[in-house]
Design a protein around this ligand. Structure first.
Ligand code: ZN
Length: 265
């Protein structure tokens, strides 16, 4: 099945649920949940995709552009070289309807580099995505800062390169507007993050409306602040039962905002 067909299939499934969603929107309640998985852990990401697919949902994956290249400079205590996937895997997940977005070229702490060097690394990251990820369009992409660390200069420059960026800040964002370019996020680690995720789900649902962008990494023992597959499945199943909740990847949420979808909520 081609990606376009799959997206259409998902769209059809989503429209079947529209009456309840519209109803909740009419009552002023809309809770968007984006679990934003970073780095590119192959085993975890394939499993996460399978779990999302059980509910006909699209997951949100953010990939370090050079992590699959021999001799790369990606270095962090929470990432082992053999854990990374490559663009063969990422294209397949995209074909299955999941969102694949950039998370830096070599996972550098961009805010602490000279701005021109940081911009070069972001351009290199976008170049790899343009070459390796089928149909990639930077103007529809969310750049996810490594360590969620940005600088005012990079934040001002990035909207000329990509649609939006994700950086540190509150996990609960307001519903995006057509011109939204900055998404904020947070997470918990290095140990299991489930309790913290639950707390933020409760906080989101206690508000009239909002957009939770929670930064996660891998499953079980992979990545910083992992969660268990069984927990993820239970969480998605629970959230799917709540009329006001939509579970969507970040760029898709922003594209809807651009079309005026959340106006008046
Ligand atoms: Zn990362």
């Amino acid at each position: 099945m081609k990606r376009r067909d799959f997206v259409r299939t998902i769209g059809t499934a989503a429209s079947a649920a529209i009456p309840a969603r519209l109803l909740s929107a009419e009552t002023g309640k809309l809770h968007i949940v984006s679990l934003s998985f970073d780095d590119g852990f192959k085993k975890s990401f394939l499993r996460i995709a399978e779990i999302y697919e059980k509910f006909s949902l699209s997951a949100c994956f953010n990939i370090i552009a050079s992590a699959h290249m021999p001799g790369n400079q990606v270095r962090d205590d929470y990432m082992k070289q053999e854990q990374f996937g490559d663009f063969g895997a990422w294209n397949e997940l995209q074909d299955r309807g999941h969102e694949i977005m950039p998370h830096g070229y070599r996972h550098a702490h961009l805010a602490s580099l000279p701005p021109e060097e940081a911009k070069d690394l972001i351009r290199k990251c976008i170049d790899v995505f343009s070459k390796e990820l089928r149909g990639f369009d930077a103007k529809k992409a969310v750049f996810n800062f490594p360590y969620n660390q940005s600088s005012p200069e990079l934040e001002e420059w990035l909207p000329s390169v990509v649609m939006a960026f994700r950086t540190t800040g509150g996990i609960l964002n307001p519903l995006p507007k057509p011109a939204t370019v900055k998404i904020t996020t947070g997470g918990f680690g290095p140990d299991n993050a489930e309790k913290h995720v639950d707390e933020y789900v409760d906080k989101l649902l206690a508000q009239p409306s909002g957009w939770m962008v929670y930064n996660l990494h891998g499953l079980d023992e992979e990545g910083w602040g992992p969660i268990r597959p069984a927990y993820l499945e239970k969480l998605l199943g629970r959230l799917r039962e709540i009329d006001s909740v939509r579970i969507q990847p970040t760029a898709r949420v922003l594209m809807q905002a651009k079309s005026g979808r959340f106006a008046g909520i």
